[in-house]
Design a protein around this ligand. Sequence first.
Ligand code: TYD
Length: 204
Amino acid sequence: MFITLEGPDGSGKTQQIRLLSTFLESRGYKVFSSREPGGTPIGDKIRDVIMDMRNTSMHPRTETLLFCASRAQIVEEVIKPKLQEGYIVILDRYADSTMAYQGYGHQNNLNTIRQLLDFATGGLRPDLTLLLDLDPEVGLNRRKKGGGEWNRLDAYQLELHKRVRAGYLEMAAQEPDRWRIISADQSIEVVQSIIQKIIVDLLE
Ligand code: TYD
């Protein structure tokens, strides 16, 4: 079974994956988890290029292709072999992140991105995708309260993150069998218990 977690920065995906892995292992399942971009030696190098603050001149298309390149590598080097060995594979972000951020967020042509993703993943799709949904204003309000000035970039980012969220919700609506939407505006324990119930129902 191939499970992915999606959602905005700070929605708690990483922590939820850690808890979920421990839970599934305690039930006797073999679990493998990783994150994107990265997850392989080549992918980690690509991640460094994407994240490097000095790469201010990176074109959005370059960025999109780098996310796809990192993904092509993790699919072949890690995900497919682990699935064949019978592991439950849990990934922190996958192709839907590129649709949400580079497609809906940065408003690139959605069909083009879809084709790129098909090429990069070799058509490998998750069996289940959990969307940790959070109002971007909740996140940005926390930032405002933390002091700091509200600048043009914050406003731009809010618009971008609103489009990302709407994109995620649209994708979830288009493929309801694969997606489950969980509000991330709840305690870690509550979110985790919802996730566990969804997965146990599917597995057992
Ligand atoms: P990361 O530090 O891994 O954050 P998070 O814990 O939220 O996953 O940074 C990943 C960032 O890259 C995040 O802002 C989303 C973005 N991203 C894309 O824009 N496209 C993609 O395809 C992926 C995988 C991530």
